[in-house]
Structure formats: C-alpha cells, structure tokens
Write a new protein. Structure first.
Length: 507
C-alpha cells in the first residue's frame, strides 16, 4: 500500500485494516484577536494568562458552556459553536532536514516513464539534504500560549510555526512530547492573551452524542465537520495505550492534532487517525489521557510511567476453559520479569490480574494504562485469580524505563535504504510491546516517504524474517536487507498479529 504524502500509513492488527495517521497539508488561520469578545460571550468569562501552578497541577482551561447549545434532538446549527471554538484552533507548520532525493515528488512523477533515465542522469534523483515541509493542527489550552497537538506532527522537526486566522505566525518551541500516546505540548510567546479551548471529561462522553471536529484537511483551509461518537475504548494497533474515541465526524489528512468538541465547546478528544477504507471512521485520543500526562510534559518534557514487570495476554474462551475461569475478564500473566515489582510481590505466571489499586481490570488492555498512570513508588493492592481462588498481593510500582531510541545504521542497501531505524529486542522492550522475547528486531522509526513507509511498516513492529530467513539481530537484518534484490519480504509481528509485508526498494 502506498501512503499519501499527506499522511502516514499504518497497517493494523490481524484484519490488516489500514489506519492512517491524519496529519497532512493544511492552511489554517485563526482570528484570536477579533474573536476574543465573541469567545467571552460563549464560554462565560474573560480569560487571563494562567499563573504559575505547582508541579502536577492543572494549567489548562476547563468548563465550557453550562448547558449544551443543542441539549436535545438534532442541533439546528453548529455555526455558533464552530465560530467561537475556531479561535483556539491553529495551523502547525513544520520543517525538517532529511537526506534523499532532492525532488522526490518529481522522481515519483517520472518513475516508469521514458524520461526516468534522463531525470536520473541529470542528478535529480541523487542523494542530498533537503527540507521536507509538513503540516498539522493544534489547539490552544491556556491563554499564555500552551498548545496541544499530536507527537507525530512535530516529531524530529527543525522548526515549528503556528499560524492564526488573521495571518499572524509565531515560532513555537517543543515543551514535551510522548510518542506512546502520540501527544505533544508546544508553546508560543505572544503579546496578546490567547483564547484557550476548555478541556472536557472524555469519561463522561457516551456513544451517540454529537461532536464537532475542526481541522484543515487536504490544505483546504479551516474546516468544520460534525457527527456523533460512534464508540469508545477502541484499540487500533497504534500502541499498548490504545483507548481511542471513534467518531463518524469526517476526519482526513490534515486534521491531526485538532480538537474533537462536545456541544458545550469542550475538547473531549484529539483527532489522530483515520481508516482510509471508510469515510465515516475516525479516531481521537481521549482528552482525559492527555490531562493525565500534560503536567509532566510541561515540567519535565517527558512522561514517567509506572511498571509492574509482567507480560500479559488476552483471555480467550479456550484459555478461560483451560484455567477454569468463569469468564474472560482480567489480564493473564504469561511471564513475570525477574526481580521486578510483580516478582517481589509474589505474582506468578498463570495468575489472572482482575484488580489493580482498586480498579477492576475487565479487559487485558486495561492493565497497562492503569499501571502506567500509577505514581512510581506507590504500594498497591493487586487482586489475582490463582487456581480459581482470589488472592490479594501488594506490589510497589517501579518506574518504566523507556528503551533508548538509538539509530542503528546500515550500509547502503541495508536498513537505511529501506527507510528503517531499528534496535535489538530486549526483555523490557518485548514486555512494553506485548510480544514474546523470541528473536527479531524492533522498528524504532520509519523515514517519511521511504519504501518501508509506503509498505505500511510502522514504529513498534518486530521484524522476525527477511525473505523467509529468521532475523536474529540488527547486524543480521543489515546483512539480509543488503543481500535483498529489489524487494524484501518481511514477516512482522504487530501486537497479536503476524503479517507478511513486501517492501520494494526504490531506484
């Protein structure tokens, strides 16, 4: 599958449904000066610059309208909401230096034509450094210039500009980012007090409620779409903290980082991904997930998460029967990391974790999110089912050590030519990715516009084979890709799924 230059292709789960990150070209300008008075009328009171607050406390604005614009039935119009909320939505323009063809768009255009050889003879397809422009959306959350967007919008960029509706452009700096949840916090400095969108409570959102998305799809400029919340707690294969809100409000390339609003004008989600095979399936990161990490992003620039030290898996009907369980709820422990918190607490493989720190674990995917949000050092009660009996254990939550994203380079014809950055699979990394530690190489980054990106390879994939030969490590992958001809057949593990992905070398 070839990914559009306006977005990043992601191949998802066993069904191999294509989920694409909704970043791309856009053209947004927000009239925050002209709209200030109207925003005051709609959202209640004049906004002043937020004072400094202690570490870990809220620094964003909350609480929109006391009553929805359309509390019952189908709204007669979304115009008032869209007009006022647009003052807090911004266009994010980024630039990064990459090495590759100086004019990749022309190289693709001439590929396969009688002019391809002539194009290459004149050096247009030679390797060199050039600037790659990219665009996304964001929204202001505090009057002093803090802005939320997606991590993939601003990751590995050289410069960031935030454009407002009246044409004003401000340089932005990255305050913090979290690749695991695809959330980033940036900030602009302005002589004006900026209009901030209030953040709502995504836990209170119910399927069937009306929502409005604001963004800039396909460079068409400021665009408002409306729909309903289709579902909650969707897992789409983006990472172990997946917990997306699904909506049928139109979301396209260019909406990444934009707000999903309820009828009170509150942000309840961050528009992040789409299913390109359908025009009514979009996904947003719940705003409560953002609020749980924003204080850390503001103060430290990264997120510190709790770690229990277990590898878990879903309980299938067959496993439920084998373990003598009454249902399929909980997280089945398949491995306990030596000397980790779970090991010291007495948790054993074969245990089913059904409660953690007072929170019931209904689905196995609930556990990583609950543990991650637990403060490091906190002693918690863990309830497990063991041999059909409930046991309560105590565990001291440790800090999850994120793997170093060191770039493993390869010779020409190896991983870098295919657009892959990789590292060896370690026990901790295997646990974080939810895969078995039985060989393979982890993809830590995929270069934009590369063969790997076009094929749908994504960060977090574990490459098990190249052309039907096992991959034992980074050096092995280098050699196998270097020996590959024009195409490499990769066997990839992604979550619970194992899929074959053909990657075609350019040139």
């Amino acid at each position: 599958m070839k990914a559009s230059r306006l977005g990043t292709a992601v191949l998802v789960s066993a069904a191999a449904v294509a989920i694409l990150v909704a970043s791309g070209a856009l053209d947004v300008r927000i009239t925050w000066r002209d709209n200030a008075a109207r925003a005051i009328d709609l959202f209640g009171s004049k906004q002043e610059a937020a004072p400094d607050e202690p570490t870990g406390e809220r620094f964003w604005r909350e609480n929109g309208l006391s009553e929805p614009i359309a509390p019952q039935g189908v709204p007669g119009s979304f115009a008032d909401l869209a007009q006022e909320a647009s003052a807090g939505v911004v266009n994010i323009q980024t630039s990064r230096t990459v090495r590759g063809s100086a004019g990749p768009q022309f190289e693709d255009f001439f590929s396969g034509s009688p002019f391809e050889d002539l194009f290459r003879q004149h050096g247009h397809g030679s390797e060199r450094e050039y600037k790659r422009q990219s665009l996304g959306t964001g929204f202001v959350i505090s009057p002093d210039g803090y802005i939320v967007t997606n991590n993939h919008v601003i990751e590995e960029v050289d410069s960031i500009k935030v454009a407002f509706e009246d044409g004003t452009e401000l340089e932005a700096t990255i305050i913090g980012r979290d690749p695991n949840t695809d959330i980033a916090l940036i900030q602009v400095e302005s002589d004006e007090t900026l209009f901030a969108l209030p953040l709502g409570n995504s836990e209170q959102v119910r399927p069937g409620e009306w929502v409005v998305a604001i963004g800039n799809p396909f460079s068409l400029g400021h665009t408002v779409t409306a729909g309903i919340v289709s579902a909650k707690h969707r897992i789409i294969g983006q990472g172990k903290y997946d917990d997306f809100i699904q909506t049928d409000a139109a979301i396209n390339f260019g909406n990444s980082g934009g707000p999903l609003l309820n009828m009170k004008g509150e942000v309840i989600g961050i528009n992040t991904a789409i299913n390109p095979r359908a025009n009514t399936i979009g996904f947003a990161v719940p705003i409560n997930m953002a609020k749980s990490i924003l204080p850390q992003l503001r103060t430290t620039g990264h997120v510190t998460r709790g770690w229990l030290g277990v590898v878990i898996q879903r309980i299938t009907p067959e496993l439920s029967e084998s373990f003598g369980l009454e249902g399929e709820e909980g997280a089945l422990v398949s491995k306990v990391m030596p000397d980790g918190p779970a090991d010291e607490a007495g948790i054993e493989h074969g245990d089913v974790i059904v409660e953690f720190d007072g929170q019931e674990i209904h689905d196995w995917n609930d556990l990583p999110r609950v543990v991650a949000e637990t403060p490091v050092g906190k002693k918690v009660k863990v309830v497990v089912l063991r041999n059909g009996e409930r046991e309560t254990l105590k565990a001291a939550v440790a800090e999850l050590k994120e793997p170093q994203k060191e770039i493993e380079l390869a010779e020409k014809g190896g991983a870098t030519e295919f657009g892959l950055r990789v590292q060896n699979l370690t026990p901790d990394l295997a646990e974080q990715l939810g895969v078995d530690e039985d060989g393979g190489v982890v993809v830590t980054a995929v270069s934009p516009g590369s063969p790997a990106e076009e094929a749908g390879v994504q960060r977090g994939d574990v490459i098990l084979e190249v052309n039907r030969s096992d991959v034992t490590g980074v050096q092995d992958l280098r050699e196998q890709l270097a020996d590959a001809d024009t195409r490499a057949l990769l066997l990839i593990r992604r979550g619970d799924a194992t899929i074959f992905v053909p990657v075609k070398r350019k040139g």
